[in-house]
Design a protein around this ligand. Structure first.
Ligand code: F6P
Length: 323
């Protein structure tokens, strides 16, 4: 009898809404093609610790709508070293796993790519991160949910800011990438957006706030990405001083990472997960799976990771135009 292909799957780094939908798609996609699937708990940490269990069709029942990741996640310092990656690979070998699916961001994919190269195992990367900071794919799993969570929060903050006649500086996540700020800012009708990829002029922002107040505007919302060097508190103090408007700060924080994934993220995760199963069945080279336009694509893993992310700085112009 032909030996079944054994596939390992893990989630690593910061969790993102839609990771569960993606795990479900990979597990069910692979099982339907006659493969066996092994869940690795707590990312690369669990891989090194041999925290690995076989999964079945019911291991992924009732999870498509849940935030977080049933496989749990971690940031592993040991896996950053060749010795840690070797230890992880030895555990895969022990379980007879010949293909590894990793769901996570840049760090997760880079770790998987290095382990694959060093030890000769196929690795398939699925982009699970709220940050949308991977250049090879138009969007990542979790980004849409995080943006919608941020937009809902901006709406609530706008209500109280208007009532109180305040300016509010809202800090959103995204590491070095300004995409959550750009999308939440534009969709939330912010007065201005500050991102790490684009120079900003805080004197101009203060002038715009003053002009808005003179026109009878009741509030101002400024969205700032966490990767901007200037601290949110320092920006708020500066704006209050320059405009005379009471200025508050809100750090949205981890609220952006949790919650039930949007339909868009569930669909994206499901399509990408099934694509991973197809690639494994075909014996394709190590790849990163992404979306370009409406097409799910697979790009050689190392090449995908070298593609630089482009920023939608035009969103800031649109935002200023619509002030
Ligand atoms: O990468 C996802 C992310 O939520 C970033 O936006 C944020 O900077 C970081 O993770 C926070 O990481 P941690 O969970 O380790 O605090």
């Amino acid at each position: 009898m032909k030996k079944k292909i054994r596939v390992g799957i893990l989630t690593s780094g910061g969790d993102a809404p839609g990771m569960n939908a993606c795990i479900r798609a990979v597990v069910r996609g692979c099982l339907s093609k006659g493969m066996e699937v092994f869940g690795i708990y707590q990312g690369y940490h669990g891989l090194i610790e041999d925290d690995i269990q076989q999964m079945s069709i019911s291991s992924v029942a009732d999870i498509i709508h849940r935030g977080g990741t049933i496989l749990r996640t971690a940031r592993s310092h040991r896996f950053r070293e060749p010795e840690g990656r070797k230890a992880g690979y030895e555990n895969l070998k022990k379980h007879g796993i010949s293909a590894l699916v990793v769901i996570g961001g840049d760090g997760t994919m880079t770790g998987g790519m290095l382990m694959g190269k060093e030890n000769g195992i196929k690795v398939y990367g699925l982009p699970g991160t709220i940050d949308n900071d991977l250049g090879y794919t138009d969007t990542t799993i979790g980004f849409d949910t995080a943006v919608n969570t941020a937009v809902a929060a901006v709406g609530n903050i706008r209500d109280t800011s208007s009532s109180m006649g305040r300016t509010t500086v809202i800090e959103v996540m995204g590491r070095a990438c300004g995409d959550i700020a750009l999308y939440a800012g534009l969709a939330g009708g912010a007065e201005d957006i500050l991102i790490p990829e684009q120079a900003y002029d805080i004197d101009k922002i203060a002038e715009e706030i003053k002009a808005g107040v003179a026109r009878g505007k009741l509030h101002s919302i400024i969205i700032k990405a966490e990767g901007v060097a200037l601290s949110t508190q320092a920006l708020a103090e500066f704006l209050e001083l320059k405009t005379g408007c009471e200025t508050k700060t809100v750090l949205l924080g981890y609220i952006q990472r949790g919650g039930s994934p949007t339909a868009r993220d569930r669909v994206l995760a499901s399509r990408m997960g099934v694509k991973a199963a197809e690639l494994i069945e075909q014996g394709a080279e190590s790849s990163a799976i992404g979306i370009r336009g409406d097409e799910i694509v697979a790009i050689p893993l190392e090449e995908a990771l070298s593609i630089k992310k482009k920023s939608h700085t035009d969103f800031i112009e649109i935002c200023n135009l619509l002030l």
